[in-house]
Design a protein around this ligand. Structure first.
Ligand code: ATP
Ligand code: MG
Length: 418
């Protein structure tokens, strides 16, 4: 054992999730899944590791993920495997391996952990969770509109859409990007010595990514760079106009961000992000785009695709506390003699679909404190006198109001707390 592992700390950038955190994570995931179901999506699960090639071939040899962020290892059989850094490449691989290209279009939802060797900070971890969707086999702009609408719908159901901005751009088709690449490199070459080390490297390999640099000096240089939209060919321009019109028709607000390029190489045409101002540099909570070249690049047929992924932990940071989730009703007997009655009552209510906490021990005030800590919405106090009269006291924990309710009418009285 090394000294690090003997400290019994989790690996840097990973964390244990406590019950209240998992509650929030599962709520976010389920909200995404329910919305996706309303749009006719089905869930796919792919393994959390794949042959390294699945990612290195598709994400692009020069992407940050492939060059710096992948967890790659050789297994006992000598195969190079990688813990998945994102979901799309695995889904595309699954489409090819399972011969799903016969059943297009596919509308797939996924969820699960992703792994990237990054510098940990607020909203950035080495193991994190994503939910995501893919529409595979549709080149029409309709799919782009539906994809973005679904993302917005999900964020609206979480109640956080108002604080977010939809930023959108087009990367055009390959022809447009090649033209643009030339213009951009021409412009940036004059500033080569002033660019950050990362950006200087990207100049020959992946110049479009420089547009996305977070470095202040780079950003100043980039501010004067030629715009991709001026290199778009007619077809790419038309597709983007159709998309923007479609969003406007759905009353989805957006801003066009000429500098939005996305981190991965496989994108073409549409790129978008929902960003927040309250997460610092980790501003993107849901991001995606069109990846028409991905499946063919992987060795499959020429099939277009579009999708997005959202970071569950980042969404959780925006949602904040979990108090609105599943608040229990606590049952508290005032003395030991009523323990069995309390157990019976709790059992009856749980079987009627209520979340019920049972105060295990201690005097009334101690149990009330615990009920409060459990964030109970109501407390049922079973007192000896009341019980003899078939009654209980129900206290609303938010208003503090306390009423006597007969045991037969408890279900009905508690209905609003469900
Ligand atoms: P960033 O610019 O923040 O690095 P990205 O472009 O690498 O994001 P994507 O690959 O598009 O991110 O992943 C989609 C979403 O997954 C992001 O918008 C973010 O919410 C989340 N995400 C990405 N990387 C991390 C990470 N290391 N930790 C937590 N969440 C992440
Ligand atoms: Mg990243």
């Amino acid at each position: 054992m090394t000294s690090n592992s003997s400290k019994l700390q989790p690996v840097r950038g990973t964390q244990d999730a406590m019950p209240h955190e998992n509650k929030l994570f599962r709520y976010i995931e389920e909200t995404a899944f329910k919305v996706a179901c309303r749009y006719g999506f089905g869930e796919i699960s792919t393994p959390i590791f794949e042959f390294t090639e699945v990612f290195s071939r598709t994400l692009g040899d020069n992407s940050d993920i492939v060059t710096k962020e992948m967890y790659t290892f050789k297994d006992r059989g000598g195969d190079y495997l990688t813990l998945r850094p994102e979901g799309t490449a695995g889904v595309a691989r699954a489409v090819i391996s399972n011969g799903l290209a016969q059943d297009l279009p596919l509308k797939l939802f996924y969820r699960g952990p992703m792994f990237r060797y990054e510098r940990p900070q607020k909203g950035r971890r080495r193991q994190f969770q994503q939910v995501g969707i893919e529409i595979i086999g549709v080149s029409e702009t309709q799919a782009d509109i539906e994809t973005i609408a679904l993302g917005q719908h999900f964020l609206a159901d979480l109640g956080i859409d108002k604080g977010l901005t939809l930023e959108i751009n087009t990367l055009g088709d390959l022809e447009s990007r090649t033209t643009y690449r030339g213009c951009l490199v021409d412009y940036l070459s004059d500033y080569q010595s002033k660019l950050s080390k990362d950006s200087a490297l990207r100049l020959s390999q992946n110049p479009l990514r420089i547009l996305d640099s977070k470095n202040e000096d780079d950003r100043e240089i980039v501010a004067g760079a030629p715009l991709l939209k001026d290199s778009l060919n007619d077809e790419s321009r038309r597709l983007f106009d159709d998309l923007l019109n479609g969003l406007t028709q759905l009353k989805l607000e957006y801003i066009v961000n000429d500098k939005l390029v996305r981190g991965l190489d496989y994108y073409s045409h549409t790129a978008f992000e929902f960003t927040s101002r309250s997460l610092g540099a980790q501003s993107a909570v849901l991001a995606g785009g069109r990846y028409d070249g991905l499946i063919s690049q992987m060795g499959g047929p020429e099939i277009p695709g579009i999708g997005w992924a959202a970071g569950v932990e980042r969404l959780a940071l925006l949602l904040g506390n979990t108090h609105f989730l599943d608040r229990p009703i606590s049952v508290i007997p005032v003395n030991k003699d009523l323990t069995n009655e309390a157990i019976n009552l709790a059992d009856r209510l749980r079987r009627k679909g209520f979340n019920v906490e049972l105060g295990y021990s201690g005097n009334l005030s101690k149990r009330m404190k615990r009920a409060n800590k459990a964030n109970s919405c109501a407390v049922i106090i079973l007192g000896a006198d009341e019980f003899l009269r078939n009654k209980s006291l129900v206290r609303d924990m938010d208003s503090g109001e306390q009423v006597e309710v007969s045991l037969e009418h408890l279900n009905k009285h508690l209905e609003p707390y469900k």
